[in-house]
Design a protein around this ligand. Structure first.
Ligand code: GDP
Ligand code: IMO
Ligand code: MG
Length: 424
């Protein structure tokens, strides 16, 4: 009986959704603790294939309660669409709750995200254009609208006036049509009616579950290398995907979290701009990983940047998150490669080698230092269901990753489906 956080250990898209789906069965609650519909969490199971943007990946287990937590930012239109799509696929969503304290992503946030990116020209971040940055900015500036506001008409109207005044100043600056407050108020009333039954003050529920010793899973969005404070700023998201934030976003005390599982791909990918030292650009390795791993964004469809495994970044992230276990995904994508590389250090301009992640202006200049490991070109890991089934070269590769990370590997995934995974 414990609280477990599942977080991304690289630059996102590590396979968090599939790990949460596989582990959710033993849980009473699954809680998304930050981020918004910038997430694309793929889950493939008996119900079909889903790319979840807001709804926790535990939704497929009828006995599990799911919460979109207080630390999230929620576009009500996207949430309603996602609910509809799940229901249409025969998934029961009766157990999906949403924190009334979570902030809303409004239509003008999306618009502004896109406009700000275009205006940034060459220094654009490469956001998902889902309005995440503008929504969290409004939250920080204390002019944000929260889902609970939808249920309190007078309060909503006053808060909306204040928020729109600012949004319109921005929109006018970008020569856009200002938001019509009456129209948006109407839209909010409709959302309120559609979501009322799911909006809860989560604290009494979560507190009771925690105090009764329930199993609770905290699902992270994105990953530590895009953390607002410790990622590759400014090429980051506008929330904290690290496990330290998980209890805040979920409504738990810090000591509640007993296990932190870092989800890590057997190689590295990223979408969006900013440093990624092991990026292989468009060379043969990158092409292999992108095609075999189907590395195209689940939310935006953008081709992902691909490269070798970065153990320096993993060690940094393991410390920051306090990983107790690693879940390695997509090992099968490396089947067929004769040689693998692991980045074990970063070379600076003066020739010295460091073993930590420096701040972005320096990080942009580092050269990866690699060690080479033999692949298993004649074997496959895809059918493996135990550690002993893996080719020896794959075991050696994983053992080395474990050693460099300083954290034990507990789960190994060799395919996208629920059962294509085993424990070490
Ligand atoms: P998330 O955002 O961390 O949940 O990850 P994404 O869903 O964006 O990206 C992971 C992709 O890899 C999805 O298309 C998954 O279906 C797929 N996937 C996950 N685990 C494995 C695996 O072990 N092997 C293979 N081949 N694909 C996997
Ligand atoms: P999941 O949860 C991969 C990236 C964007 C951009 C930066 C900021 O599926 O792993 P944002 O829209 O958050 O303001 O964009 O973060 N990014 C993701 N990359 N997977 C995601 O989600 C991402 N969510 C945001 O590409 O670089
Ligand atoms: Mg994803």
């Amino acid at each position: 009986m414990t609280v477990t956080a599942i977080v991304g250990a690289q630059w996102g898209d590590e396979g968090k959704g599939r790990i949460v789906d596989a582990l959710a069965e033993q849980m009473e609650w699954v809680i998304r603790f930050q981020g918004g519909d910038n997430a694309g969490h793929t889950v493939i199971n008996d119900h079909g294939e889903f790319k979840l943007h807001l709804i926790p990946s535990g939704i497929f287990h009828p006995g599990v309660k799911c919460l979109v937590g207080t630390g999230c930012v929620v576009n009500p239109a996207v949430l309603l669409e996602e609910l509809e799509a799940l229901e249409a696929a025969g998934v029961n969503t009766a157990n999906l709750f949403v924190s009334e304290r979570a902030h809303m992503v409004m239509p003008y946030h999306r618009l502004l995200d896109g406009l700000q990116e275009v205006a940034s020209g060459k220094s654009a971040i490469g956001t998902t254009k889902r309005g995440i940055g503008p929504a969290y900015s409004d939250k920080g500036a204390r002019r944000g609208l929260r889902l609970g506001d939808l249920l309190r008409p007078d309060w909503l109207e006053a808060r909306l006036d204040q928020a729109i005044e600012f949004a319109n100043r921005e929109l006018v600056h970008f020569q856009q049509t200002p938001v019509d407050p009456a129209q948006l108020l109407d839209q909010c009333r409709t959302w309120g009616e559609q979501l009322a039954a799911r909006l809860v003050d989560p604290l009494p529920l979560i507190r009771q579950a925690y105090e009764q010793g329930a199993n609770i899973l905290l699902e992270g969005q994105l990953a530590a290398m895009r953390d607002l404070d410790w990622g590759t700023y400014p090429y980051v998201t506008s929330s904290n995907p690290t496990a330290t934030f998980a209890p805040v976003g979920a409504g738990l005390p810090p000591q509640a979290v007993k296990r932190v599982i870092g989800v890590v791909k057997a190689y590295t990918t990223a979408v969006g701009a900013g440093p990624m030292p092991t990026d292989q650009g468009d060379n043969q390795t990158a092409k292999w990983l992108r095609e075999k791993g189907q590395e195209y964004g689940a939310t935006t469809g953008r081709p992902r940047r691909c490269g070798w495994f970065d153990a320096v970044a993993l060690n940094y992230v393991a410390y920051l998150n306090g990983f107790t276990d690693l879940a390695i995904t997509k090992l099968d994508v490396l089947d067929g490669l004769p040689e693998l590389k692991i980045c074990t250090g970063y070379r600076l301009g003066d020739g010295s080698i460091i073993q930590h992640v420096p701040d972005t202006p320096v990080y942009e200049t580092v050269e990866p230092v690699y060690e080479s490991w033999p692949g298993w070109p004649k074997n496959s890991t895809a059918a493996a269901r135990t550690w002993a089934d893996l080719p020896e070269a794959a075991q050696n590769y994983l053992n080395r990753i474990e050693e460099l990370a300083g954290v034990s590997i507990r789960y190994i995934s060799v395919g996208p489906k629920r059962d294509e995974m085993f424990t070490k």
